[in-house]
Ligand binder design. Sequence first.
Ligand SMILES: [Zn+2]
Ligand SMILES: [Zn+2]
Length: 426
Amino acid sequence: MRQPLYCQGRDRAPSETQIGRHLSDFGRRYDLTIDRAAILSAPADAETPRDDIVYPSTIPFLLEHLACFAVFWTGATLRDWIICAALYVLRMFAVTAGHHRYFSHRTFRTSRVGQFLLAVCCQTSVQRGILWWAAKHRAHHKYSDTVLDVHSPRLRGFWYAHFGWIFAEREGQADYSLVADFARFPEIVWIDRQRYLPGILLGFAVWLYAGWSGVVVGFLLSTVLVQHCTFMINSLAHVRGSQRYVTGDDSRNNWLLALLTGGEGWHNNHHHYQTSTRQGFYWWEIDLTYYALRLLAICGLVWDLRSPPAEVVAGERPLGAPVVDKSARRLVASLPIESIARQIREAWNHTPSLADLRKLTATKWSDAHAILAKVSMPALPSLEELRARARELFAHTRCLDRIAERARELLVEAVSAHLLAEPLTA
Ligand SMILES: [Zn+2]
Ligand SMILES: [Zn+2]
């Protein structure tokens, strides 16, 4: 049987007080409806997302940035700038093709030697171990833009999503069970543990070749640029851009980010269909990483590159149940639940339903909710109204009816929670 998350590394479930605090905090700050299942299975300390940043661990990151200003002392030659551009392009490719499309999503295949060399290239970008990165990214897709997402601008603010989360104490570790498919290779586990060794060796090689100005401009500056362009996919690509597909989260397509990152800016496409090597779904959606992988495939170094089926590109494939559920929660979160509950309570105060409701408040919450679902609540938006709201909020989808129906269920649940939480007046 699957263990709830709070059992991993902790031996106790969140207390009622913690859950209560979490529920009110969650609703107040993020204006989302209550997802009791997700909250009950969350780590016990999830209610303090920003408080466990280990500030000393940010020092090397800060120094790396400050060191770039040493260019005013070392100066820079044309050769240093060429190294900077080359290392940016090569390592951005390593991040997009390696970290993301290979180790996180297995969108193509390569040999075992090719896989190891790719992992080494990935780690020259100084973004911790390859398994840590892939595990965190798989968790992002599993929970994207919910309270369990490690980096959601919607829930924790832009800068926390950009890089603050990296320094949170609990993010230092990853759930390696999410990357069991790669953790079975001892050489991959070994390189994952040598987090910064490939980066340090690359910096040393640049120093031998181009001296200190080469290190500052060629190595450090390109490292910082690669890091921030990678981070922007977690932050900006969930905030700015367009949404072609309903994905239940905030992922967006952003052409500028796509150009800067070699195709990663087609992030809404990617959240829609994660197993595709190609992230630019149309010819005008430039995806340099995919073009480079096509060249490597011609050379026989990688194979089995995947493209999205035509019905996926056209948005014709039915949405999965989790996406329908997440979208329905978004829809319900946009409604004035308290005001709807108040109207129902006022209407019932003058009808015979009042006595029944009083009895319901004494029963178990789940029983009461089941009964309330069958009771007429005239103030609730109709299915047609919910459908119209969904049309306003989301991209075109043929699953609008399913989203509206699920939203209706969730709405009854949310309103019932309000009705039962407060005492009735005669
Ligand atoms: Zn991804
Ligand atoms: Zn994302």
